[in-house]
Design a binder for this molecule. Sequence first.
Ligand code: NDP
Ligand code: OXD
Length: 309
Amino acid sequence: MALLIKTDIDRGNAWLAALAESYPELTTHTWPYDGDPAEIDYALVWQPPEGELLRYPNLKAIFSIGAGIDHLASDPALPEGVPVVRMVEPGLTAGMSEYVTLAVLNHHRFIQAYARQRQDKIWEEIPQIAAGARQVGMLGLGVLGRDALEKLAPFGFRLAGWSRTPKSITGVTCFHGEEGLVEFLAETDILVCLLPLTPETEGILSRETFERLPRGAAVINVGRGAHLVEEDLLAALQSGQLSGATLDVFNEEPLPGDHPFWDHPQVFMTPHVASMTIPATACQAVVANIHRLEAGEPLRHVVDMSRGY
Ligand code: NDP
Ligand code: OXD
């Protein structure tokens, strides 16, 4: 049985080492592969070139190295009928919850505002707001959104979440669907986007959304760059409707050198590193799924490609 890995060299090597340890019988190749394409059973990929996966006629499953599968959904020549599996693994989940907690506390405790004051040697207190007086609102109540809310709970924030289908989560006020969005936004002081990128969610962080938030709210985007309408964010920061933003993902990555976000005093940004799949832990999920498929059992975390996530 053979698996082809397509990622960058360092991560590819980490995957090879992790898979060799947890599944020594599995033959592994890194992309580009110049052997017989018919020998490849599984593909483990991040951003493969368009049409690449069509080259392997005997693929049994495509594993996304990331939680997001938009890098596959955007391929017009994805092989039909081959299941696509998204990444669900404890390392990726833990990393995202760390980042979201950091970003929420950054806004809650005015860290960016104090950094600006420091530059101007201003020693001035900003009145602190109790965590219980703020609502953190999570767009997306999937694996990552739910874990981040769980990690935020001990701080005492009011927690809310929005999903496509109804949810019931202890300690979280849950909203769903278009009708639920307006009510959800009205009370959300710190808005976090952990949605998958689909035609329905593209551009959701827009002027209309920002105007529905309480004045002075903050926005954290760790979903995908295309969730955000960048010029609407700049306008909302300029008008004071939003007080700040944390951005990890961008429409164009790497962010072009002349982009206004680089120097914007109210934007805290990182280069798409909010969380990363960790091969040492993630290989367990991949290996377990291969064993399931080989035993004739259903795969876990298969993507509904018609829904886009
Ligand atoms: P899941 O598939 O587990 O969860 C997705 C959630 O979004 C679900 O709650 C789903 O609702 C909700 N959702 C989807 N479409 C809609 C819609 N139209 N309206 C309302 N809610 C919707 O995904 P994960 O939590 O594993 O990952 C989320 C995303 O995080 C990834 O797709 C990726 O883009 C991003 N990500 C970013 C990283 C980074 O480093 N910046 C790292 C990892 C992931 P329902 O529950 O009803 O189905
Ligand atoms: C992911 C990512 O989707 O890293 O996992 O963006």
